[in-house]
Design a protein around this ligand. Structure first.
Ligand code: TRP
Ligand code: ZN
Length: 898
């Protein structure tokens, strides 16, 4: 398989070209002599021809390897290189293949394959990193049994880990030692892992339902042991939850998590040896925020749940990536919800998940990188670890659960794992299993059509319209669905859409009983209506007046709902909807409407954008004794600049920024007394606990401080900034401390400088906290173009490094991807900065560079002069010779996008 065409351009891999492998690898015996400059890898494989495939040469993948020897059945064999592939002809039906290679982990800045981080060896093999360790059939449908021997200097690398069980260890001459690991489960190469270095572990033994004992370990550097308790608790909860909810037990004697500070993504589910970015392991109350605690719980859960959804049953090819990622995100979302003590906390988690989907995935689905949940082609698979594969994929799984019910879904999961245990399968296999376990369900009835969610890209739009018929006492909702064209898909067929609906009484706000036309009785609460045609009508009867419809409750499908709500209807929903998601959504719609009006009216920062009704409604929410603090904080958070921008056909990012800042300033002053009350009422002084209730109180208190400092900015008041600085100094945990710091920085108060200096001094040895310090500054609200010069300054700080992905993200991504008001400058300097950083990063770490490259995905929506300047910056990157496949794919797609 050649990866470049005659012009040297990378060639796309297509899903329809899938062919089973010509050879199987039954066993792999790997011996590593670990050395940072030159690691030797001896790879002995028992292989056989796949009789179902026509006879052809063996082609093994490799990448940046030095090949020393190839033996077939112990004899020197003839082979040739085709690009990076090692090709062997004339092989017998079954044979032993021995390959000896070396590689250079210390120079591995891509962080794929075997690399060194802070003097410790780590591997990252998904998706195609194993080929950087040895020549192999590096594809997920080739599953083998692994035996791994690690040899290294004992003083420098006392801990030697790989997948499975430790079967032997001992001393070697010259101060070296070894450890031998055997993985009892067959696995694809992307799940291989090794770790070697100076590490310590928190350990916990747990007993499963079966009575079997398991050893859980969390490995970190010696100074970090006091930050592993939360990760360990999250792991224990994960093991218990998967067994309780889905009957899926831990299948290993030993389960290990290891943390590294140099990592391209969040974490990796290698069988029995998960490797994590430190960001998703390390936490104590002094260094980690509530958000960090909650992310750690999710990511530990996510990787643990992969042990079944990914490891026991894996993907046939990388086009099926969402088979494991969408399902596992769904599982981690359910896990976090199930750990919540009450319905309000569950709803808060749901709202947070939907917010991610709508601010990140909807733009992706509307831009040049739009792709189906099961893509049809790619140039570089690393570019398809996207919010579409993960988060939209999770929504597709969630819709299946909605269509078959919670119990039915659990039956479906059981059937899926029974049917496919030990196999590499497809998204079709998954959907089929869920449907087969629920033959009477709407999912089974509509399965082929439902699967359009896998094949069609783009966010469907529902145009809904309600008509009340006084004579018949009925209310008819007409719903028309459509889906915009996406690259390679000019037209779309209708989707199956589970639509959760309720009705409220317009005057009392009370929920009304639901009776569909033709039904003899009414029911209470939410109904799921299953849409499958381009246009449908739903008629409710027995209504004395026009109701307020509550549509898409719980965000029951990943769609955009257009309904011409009046302000009064939205205020009714905001005050009364028993569905917390739609209650929150009503507030978002009101805020969005105000923002769009302000933008259209060319509001300046002196123009009031929010009307009294909105301010009063927000005050009522804030003061409502029935609502939880976490929910209030979500309602009072205005839609983000990114989300507002998505609703516009032509975006002037400066105007969006200005209007949103004006809205924030107005909320700050109009609710000043309420914010004071909220702060006094919710800031606690007691012992720290990261549970949802306490973190909700801290979030609301932090929001109040933020607004109080913002109000002080216009009034000149010095009391609240002073109090905030004091709070910053006295805070008993990172959440309160960081929120206070953020309040000073984002209001641009003069006290911010000393607080930032102090913060750095306290935490100079805590890398993850220093990341926060950088990211807060690079992401702060822009005032007259002050952020870009600051970002350039930060890049010269002795603590800055482009090679460490977390640090690069904390400065560069915080500015380019998370601070639109600062990034989109009329003088184009933000784009020039972006193009320089993409090119610079591409030579170090293509995966990270390609992520950064996506910051300008939505360039074609920009107003002039931004649009032309952005296009020019992308073209400058695209014109660079020797670009990685990763970055090349992103920028060429961006340019093709318009
Ligand atoms: N499979 C991992 C997860 O979702 C993520 C992952 C894929 C990854 N490729 C990676 C992590 C490369 C680090 C580097 O859980
Ligand atoms: Zn995953």
């Amino acid at each position: 398989m050649l990866l470049r065409d005659a012009q040297g351009q990378p060639i796309a891999i297509r899903r329809e070209d899938y062919a089973a492998p010509a050879y199987w690898i039954d066993t792999v015996d790997l011996t590593f002599d670990l050395d940072p400059a030159k690691t030797r890898v001896l790879n002995r494989m028992q292989m056989r021809r796949n009789p179902e495939v026509p006879m052809q040469p063996l082609r093994l993948d490799g990448d940046e390897l030095n090949l020393a020897r190839v033996l077939v059945n112990g004899q020197g064999a003839s082979f040739r290189m085709e690009g990076e592939q090692l090709v062997i002809d004339g092989l017998p039906d079954a044979f032993e293949l021995e390959i000896f290679t070396t590689c250079c982990p210390i120079k591995n800045t891509k962080l794929m394959g075997l690399f060194v981080s802070e003097d410790t060896f780590f591997t990252q093999c998904e998706a195609e990193g194993f080929r950087r360790i040895t020549y192999f059939l590096d594809r997920p449908d080739v599953m083998a049994s692994y035996t791994v021997t690690l040899r290294a200097a004992k003083a420098a690398y006392p801990v030697l880990l790989s997948n499975g069980n430790l079967v032997e260890q001992g001393e070697l001459p010259e101060g070296r030692h070894f450890a031998k690991w055997v993985d009892p489960f067959k696995k694809p190469s992307y799940l291989f892992a090794l770790v070697a270095g100076k590490l310590v572990a928190r350990e916990q033994r747990i007993k499963a339902r079966s009575g079997k004992e398991h050893l859980l370990q969390v490995y970190v550097r010696a100074g970090d042991l006091d930050k592993t308790e939360h990760a360990m608790n999250s792991l224990i909860n994960s093991v218990l939850w998967d067994e309780a909810r889905f009957g899926l037990p831990l299948d290993l004697d030993r389960f290990m998590i290891v943390a590294t500070s140099d990592f391209n993504m969040g974490a990796m589910e290698n069988k029995g040896l998960n490797i994590f970015n430190t960001k998703y392991v390390l936490a104590n109350q002094a260094t980690a925020t509530d958000a960090d605690y909650s992310n750690i719980e999710s990511v530990v859960g996510h990787e643990y749940f992969h042990n079944w959804s990914g490891d026991r049953v894996t993907c046939r090819d990388w086009f099926q990536l969402s088979l494991k990622e969408g399902l596992t995100v769904f599982r981690d979302q359910e896990f976090s919800q199930d750990l919540c003590a009450d319905a309000s906390a569950r709803a808060v988690k749901r709202i947070e998940d939907v917010r991610v989907l709508r601010t990140a995935q909807f733009p992706e689905d509307a831009g040049p990188m739009a792709h189906p949940v099961r893509p049809d082609s790619y140039i570089e698979i690393s570019n398809f670890y996207t919010v579409t594969i993960y988060e939209k994929g999770a929504e597709v799984v969630r819709m299946m659960q909605t269509l078959v019910g919670r119990k039915g879904f659990e039956k479906g999961i059981t059937l899926y794992f029974e049917r496919h245990d030990g196999q590499a399968v497809t998204c079709d296999d998954f959907a089929q299993a869920i449907a087969d376990a629920n033959p009477e369900s709407e999912l089974a009835r509509l399965l082929p059509q439902f699967k359009r969610w896998y094949s069609q890209a783009g966010t469907p739009r529902l145009a809904a319209h309600g008509v009340y018929d006084a004579q018949n006492r009925s209310y008819t909702l007409s719903v028309v669905q459509s889906c915009p064209p996406t690259p390679g898909q000019p037209t779309k067929e209708p989707f199956v859409i589970p639509l959760n609906v309720g009705l409220l009484d317009a005057s009392s706000g009370r929920e009304l009983p639901l009776q569909l036309e033709g039904e003899s009785e009414a029911t209470q609460g939410t109904r799921t209506v299953v849409l499958s045609r381009a246009g449908e009508q739903i008629t409710f009867t027995g209504l004395d007046a026009e109701p307020v419809p509550s549509i898409l409750r719980g965000f029951s499908a990943p769609v955009i709902l257009d309904f011409e709500y009046t302000d009064a209807q939205l205020l009714t929903l905001l005050a009364n909807d028993p569905d917390p998601f739609n209650r929150w959504e009503a507030g978002q719609r009101l805020g969005l409407r105000a923002a769009l009006n302000g933008i259209a009216a060319l509001a300046t920062d002196a123009t009031p954008v929010l009307n009294d009704a909105y301010i009063d409604a927000m005050r009522s929410v804030l003061r409502n004794p029935q609502l939880d603090a976490a929910f209030k904080e979500l309602v009072l958070t205005l839609p983000s600049e990114t989300y507002i921008a998505e609703q516009l056909d032509v975006v002037d990012p400066q105007r969006v920024h200005l209007v949103r800042e004006a809205m924030r300033a107005q909320l700050a002053t109009a609710l000043f007394a309420d914010w004071q009350w909220a702060y006094e009422e919710h800031h606690d002084t007691g012992a720290y606990s990261p549970d949802p209730t306490s973190s909700g109180r801290r979030a609301l208190a932090g929001m109040a401080l933020n607004f109080l400092c913002l109000a002080a900015r216009s009034s000149g008041d010095a009391v609240w900034p002073g109090k905030t600085l004091q709070r910053f100094k006295d805070a008993g945990n990172m959440t309160d401390r960081f929120n206070a710091l953020n309040a000073l920085v984002s209001s641009g108060h003069t006290l911010a400088a000393q607080a930032l200096a102090r913060f750095h001094a306290i935490f100079k040895d805590e890398a993850l906290v220093i990341d926060k310090w950088f990211s807060l500054q690079a992401g702060a609200p822009d005032r007259g173009g002050d952020i870009l010069p600051l970002v350039k300054q930060l890049m010269k700080h002795p603590d800055f490094s482009l090679k460490n992905p977390n640090r690069a993200r904390s400065v560069i991504f915080s500015f380019c991807s998370a601070n639109p008001g600062a990034f989109h400058r009329p003088d184009a300097a933000g784009y020039v900065f972006w193009s320089e950083r993409v090119i610079e990063l591409d030579a170090i770490n293509p995966q990270v560079a390609a992520r950064l490259a996506r910051a300008l995905d939505r360039w074609s929506k920009l107003a002039e002069p931004y649009r032309s300047a952005a296009r020019e910056a992308i073209a400058r990157v695209a014109a660079k010779p020797d670009l990685s496949k990763d970055t090349h794919e992103v920028v060429t797609r961006a340019l093709a996008g318009n």
